[in-house]
Design a protein around this ligand. Structure first.
Ligand code: FE
Length: 171
């Protein structure tokens, strides 16, 4: 008996007329210019920007002793650690390669990468916004799907990929 299973015929039902097109891309890009600098030792690689419900997916890369400033989430975040490890100053666990992390709405935290990790890469699916806050919890800034797109446009213009390079990730 063969251990090969015959695949079914491909589905020929047409896609709905209003369906958006799929995105397939090498998540960790060969071209380092695709990483958008966000802060000292912090970069993001855009994968998906949803301008209808205000959600986005990206890879976050933080190098040794880099950190992502204190922020609050008004909506859920899901993360999957691809490489390295990181932690929040506000929690006592460490997220390592292979870990899944759920950040509930209301969560305030500061992401740090310690000296013993050269580089961490984590996939994040973020809804709403990242609201940067001071020690008292007062808002000092924010990021949302539109500011992220804008950051990409500015960076891709600067590095020669062109402002429209980001369009492939927008649905
Ligand atoms: Fe967060």
């Amino acid at each position: 008996m063969s251990d090969k299973i015959a695949f079914p015929a491909p589905c020929t039902i047409p896609m709905p007329a209003d369906a958006r097109s799929e995105i397939v891309t090498m998540a960790i890009p060969e071209d380092a210019r695709v990483w958008v600098p966000q802060a000292d030792r912090v970069f993001f690689r855009p994968l998906f920007f949803n301008t209808t419900n205000g959600q986005w997916c990206n890879l976050l890369k933080v190098c040794k002793s880099g950190f992502l400033s204190r922020h609050r989430h008004p909506a859920p975040v899901h993360g999957y650690v691809v490489k390295g490890k990181w932690r929040y100053l506000e929690h006592d666990w460490v997220a390592t390669a292979g870990s899944y992390v759920f950040e509930p709405p209301g969560e305030i935290h500061t992401l740090v990468v310690d000296e013993d990790c050269d580089e961490m890469i984590t996939f994040f699916n973020i809804s709403g916004a990242m609201i940067y806050v001071d020690e008292a919890g007062q808002t000092v800034g924010y990021e949302d799907v539109h500011t992220k797109i804008e950051m990409c446009r500015n960076h891709y213009t600067k590095v020669g990929l062109g402002a429209d390079y980001v369009n492939q990730f927008i649905r």
